[in-house]
Structure formats: C-alpha cells, structure tokens
Design a protein around this ligand. Structure first.
Ligand code: IPE
Ligand code: IPE
Ligand code: MG
Length: 239
C-alpha cells in the first residue's frame, strides 16, 4: 500500500484550559500557548502536501463561556491573523472562515476579511478556520436557504440531492476537498462537539490524550501514519 497523505484534515484543538490548570495557570494561559501551536501545524500540513486543513477555533456553544475568556480567544485570533499573514502568503496558503461570521465583532471580521482577500489567489493548502461554527446551525441554515431558493423558483424540491446539499453548506467552496479524511481531536474527549457532522461522515477519527498546547508537528506526522493503517471500505467489501 503506498503511503497516502489525507487530503483533508480537520482538528478539534481541545484541552487548552486543562493544560493550563494542570500547571497552576489560569485557563487563558492555555489559550495563549494553544494559539502559538497553530502556526507550526499549518506549516507542517502545507509542507506534507495536505490539501485542506480545517481548525475548530470557536464553536457556537463556546459563546456560553465567560466574557473575559471569549475576549482573550478573539484577541489571540486577531493576533494570529495579523502576525501570520506574510508567512501564510509565502507558504501559498489560502484562507477561508466558516461559521456565523455576523456574530463576530467588526474588528475581528475586518482582519479576517483582509487576510482572506490577501491570500485569495493562493493555490496551496486550503486553510479553513471554523469560528462561531456549529454543524447544526450550518445544516439548518442550509435547509432554510434551500427552501428560500425553492420559493423563488430557482430550484425545485425534487432537485435536492447530496451534491446540491453540499452547495448550501459553509464548506461549499472547498468542493471535492470538503469531505474530511482524517479527524483529529486532542485532550482525551471522544466526541465531535458539533464539528463537521456532514463533512466527516466517512472520516477516520483519531482521539489523542494530549492537550492542544502539547500537540507537535511530529504528532501530526504520527496521526498521518495511523491514518495509513486504516482500511477505508466505505461500506464495500475487498475484492
Ligand atoms: C479548546 O480548549 C479551545 C476552545 C474551545 C476555544 P478548551 O478551552 O476547551 O480547554 P478545555 O477543554 O476546557 O481543557
Ligand atoms: C470544541 O471544544 C470547540 C473547540 C475546540 C473550538 P469544547 O471544549 O468547546 O467542546 P466540549 O465542551 O468538550 O464538547
Ligand atoms: Mg474543551
């Protein structure tokens, strides 16, 4: 079997708070350390030839966290976007954001939009940040958009199929890269937490005990090795 690089890797970057608390620091320190890991992982994915990387940065459910913690998270996000722009450009990375962007503060939206624009001509790794993202919101919104298009006579109910459904999802622009091949979650939690429910329907899952601030480029390479030992049958049988 040849060694294959998964085309689309999705990561739930979890465990920042526990990483910090275990060391006697406030939770937000874990976010600082966690966010500093993103740069290296993006670069490694790019250099390994991964085509799409989707990172769960903030969920719809994370709005329930204390305002002080939310503030730190968005400040770190802004910092990452401002600081890494040049390197992402040099690395030929293209950026997208999925989620309820209308809920973000305008300054956060602005720095994101600027970088998305700057990287829009790039053709390498397709980096997607999931911010205020939740699959259930994505799917209900898709249903509403489809209903509206039916009402306006643009499509008919009988046109709905899986390919058309995908055009209504936030990941539509990824096209054939939208299905997740390898789904990684750090921090020892074995759940999806509302991340890419549709897109990960046939993903290979890897749950790691490590917390996100400890996740290294080597861990990403190991995850890809594990992925290579999986037998993806898609419901079929081997000839
Ligand atoms: C992941 O770490 C970061 C976000 C959810 C934004 P957590 O903050 O969830 O850390 P734990 O899981 O509580 O340790
Ligand atoms: C999922 O982690 C969201 C992100 C990592 C951005 P959470 O820590 O919010 O999820 P739960 O609470 O463990 O399900
Ligand atoms: Mg968590």
């Amino acid at each position: 079997m040849p060694f294959t690089i998964p085309k689309h890797i999705a990561i739930i970057m979890d465990g920042n708070g526990r990483w910090a608390q275990r060391r006697g620091y406030p939770r937000v320190f874990g976010h600082v350390r966690g966010s500093s890991r993103v740069k290296g992982i993006v670069k490694e994915a790019s250099q390994l030839g991964v085509k799409a990387l989707t990172l769960y940065a903030f969920s719809t459910e994370n709005w329930s966290r204390p305002e002080a913690e939310r503030k730190v998270l968005f400040r770190l996000l802004k910092k990452y976007v401002i600081r890494e722009g040049e390197e992402l450009y040099a690395e030929n990375v293209r950026l997208r954001v999925i989620g309820e962007l209308e809920r973000l503060d305008s300054d956060v939206r602005e720095v994101l939009n600027n970088l998305i624009q700057k990287l829009s001509g790039n053709t390498g790794l397709q980096l997607t940040l999931a911010i205020s993202y939740g699959s259930r919101t994505e799917l209900t919104r898709a249903a509403a958009l489809f209903a509206k298009d039916c009402q306006e006579g643009k499509v008919r109910p009988e046109d709905m199929n899986e390919a058309l459904m995908e055009k209504y999802l936030w990941t539509a622009e990824l096209m054939d890269l939208a299905p997740v091949d390898l789904f990684i979650r750090t921090s020892g939690e074995y759940r999806m937490s509302n991340f890419l429910l549709w897109q990960a329907a046939y993903a290979e899952f890897l749950f790691l005990e490590k917390h996100w601030p400890d996740f290294t480029e080597g861990d990403l390479r190991l995850a890809i090795e594990v992925y290579n030992k999986r037998d993806r049958r898609y419901g079929g049988v081997k000839p």
